[in-house]
Ligand binder design. Structure first.
Ligand SMILES: CC(=O)SCCNC(=O)CCNC(=O)[C@H](O)C(C)(C)COP(=O)(O)OP(=O)(O)OC[C@H]1O[C@@H](n2cnc3c(N)ncnc32)[C@H](O)[C@@H]1OP(=O)(O)O
Length: 149
């Protein structure tokens, strides 16, 4: 499977929205994703197949020296092949160069995603009780820090 990591552009919006619907109970719409194209704090990356299709994507927002990872999703047909690894590694390398920390929230029962983030040096710093619905579940807050002192 060949793919490249590229910045999200208009051609990816339908594919990402479809992936969102596949993966999440409150999926981002095409319009929500399109707004990020004009958001200067946003860096959205797409794992693009040879035919331009969306195999996976991840979104980061940066404010001052803080980064927040919004969403990470990989097409079920292309999972366990290192795509999320490559997406998160890109954000972590950016964080190591530019940020004090990266944060994210993840469902407490989402073992694959938690394992992914732990692999990249994130650890649990707190919980939000019943943060998610459909189904109701706690959010785990995870962070990855860099000492800028
Ligand atoms: C902030 C948020 O967005 S939280 C929500 C995260 N997104 C989702 O839950 C959407 C649905 N799930 C997915 O899209 C995928 O399963 C993802 C994004 C969690 C993982 O994507 P993949 O491309 O399959 O992961 P990838 O192959 O790069 O694996 C990287 C690491 O993640 C972990 N991992 C991935 N899938 C699994 C799994 N099924 N079980 C256990 N660990 C897993 C492992 O640590 C793995 O490293 P390893 O291969 O050395 O063991």
């Amino acid at each position: 499977m060949n793919y490249q990591l590229v910045p999200m552009d208009r051609s990816h919006l339908e594919g990402i929205a479809e992936l969102e619907r596949t993966c999440f109970s409150h999926p981002w719409s095409v319009d929500m994703l399109a707004e990020e194209l004009y958001n200067e704090t946003a860096s959205f990356l797409v794992a693009e197949g040879e035919d331009g299709s969306v195999l996976g994507y991840a979104g980061l927002h940066v404010v001052l020296d803080e980064g927040y990872i919004d969403n990470v999703a990989v097409d079920p047909a292309y999972r366990r092949q290192g795509i999320a690894d490559a997406l998160i590694d890109t954000f972590v390398r950016f964080g190591a160069a530019k940020l004090a920390f990266l944060t994210l929230e993840v469902r407490a029962g989402n073992a694959p995603a938690i394992a992914l983030y732990e692999k990249h040096g994130f650890y649990e710093v707190g919980r939000r009780k019943d943060y998610y619905d459909d189904p109701k579940e706690d959010a785990i807050l995870m962070t990855r820090e860099w000492d800028r002192a």
